[in-house]
Design a protein around this ligand. Structure first.
Ligand SMILES: [Zn+2]
Length: 319
């Protein structure tokens, strides 16, 4: 999806929120009028004062009239709030309640896109990129330590620690302070399951999380790069650089080309410089990462917490 389409889609979602807020306010007003008929009378008074304000705009001693009218309207509003609380409703029950108080669901603050609009763009981008992953299947509660039961005790407890640390990583996630994780170990030891479990928790909380295998991500970047010309920064690359959490699975299994190597460096380096968290999983050892990507990628990755996975291939054992 192009940046412009993403923006339009996100903006129309924000507009829908604003409409929903108005609709809900109307419904609450209707409901209160039915339940507490005296509020209908107050409402009529309030509307009359509005009319008076409008008329005052053309009359003489305008300031004085406006002042009285304002006073009346404040009194009517106070009265309404007292009636609401007396009937067990919150005092602001009939106010408009927007999802975003920074921009009142307009998507802009002083002409600049609001955080809520930017978040929505990230979320939609992530939804698009994640549509083929098995996100729904992998959760912390479906992760079983049972598969590791034959491991030597110290390896079993290392796996248990990894599980607990991944769960608290998800629970305590903060896009501005969370660190990077590097999961290493052979295929089928639960790396994908745990990183997708983290993704599920964060997506439910509304964070933008992009998950894919390195090979797929690079394939998309490659296609975009060569179809749009090399001067423009690609939309996918900006999504990958800007999302709250980027999860690159099977790092090291992509084709080893000049393009892939430099693109991976751009991604890893860009996110680390912007202090945006990332989870990488790989079958490679640290020495193999150094051999394949060079010292500069390795040194950037060494800031991550390294989780060494143990066990025998779970996918083989499940059969
Ligand atoms: Zn906003």
């Amino acid at each position: 999806m192009l940046r412009e389409q993403l923006f339009n889609e996100a903006f129309s979602r924000i507009q829908a929120r604003r409409q929903a807020a108005r609709l809900q306010q109307e419904q609450r007003t209707e409901q209160i009028r039915r339940e507490i008929p005296e509020t209908a009378e107050l409402d009529r008074q309030l509307r009359n004062t509005c009319l008076a304000i409008f008329q005052a705009a053309n009359g003489e001693d305008r300031a004085a009239r406006l002042k009285t009218v304002e006073q009346q309207s404040r009194q009517a509003e106070d009265m309404l709030r007292r009636i609401l609380t007396a009937h067990g409703y919150p005092a602001d029950y009939l106010d408009l309640h927007f999802s975003c108080t920074a921009c009142d669901d307009t998507g802009f603050v002083d002409g600049v896109p609001c955080t809520c609009l930017k978040q929505e763009i990230g979320r939609i981008g992530a939804e698009q990129l994640n549509q083929h992953s098995q996100l729904a299947l992998c959760r912390f509660d479906t992760f079983s330590m049972h598969y590791y039961r034959d491991l030597p005790p110290e390896q079993y407890s290392a796996m248990e620690q990894i599980f607990l640390r991944c769960r608290s990583y998800a629970e305590e996630f903060d896009p501005e302070t969370s660190g990077n994780l590097l999961m290493t170990g052979a295929t089928g030891l639960g790396k994908t399951h745990l990183s997708l479990s983290i993704a599920s928790v964060l997506l439910e909380q509304g964070y933008s999380v992009i998950y894919d295998a390195a090979g797929n991500l690079l394939h998309m970047l490659n296609q975009e790069y060569f179809s749009r010309g090399q001067s423009e920064q690609s939309d996918t690359l900006s999504l990958l650089l800007e999302c709250d959490l980027l999860i690159i699975d099977d790092f090291g299994t992509e084709f080893d080309t000049q393009f892939n190597r430099s693109m991976l460096y751009t991604l890893i380096n860009g996110r680390i410089n912007a202090r945006k968290p990332m989870i990488l999983s790989t079958n490679l050892s640290l020495a193999e990462i150094q051999a394949q990507y060079g010292e500069r990628v390795l040194s950037r990755l060494l800031s991550a917490s390294v989780f060494q996975f143990y066990g025998t291939d779970i996918r083989m054992r499940k059969r």
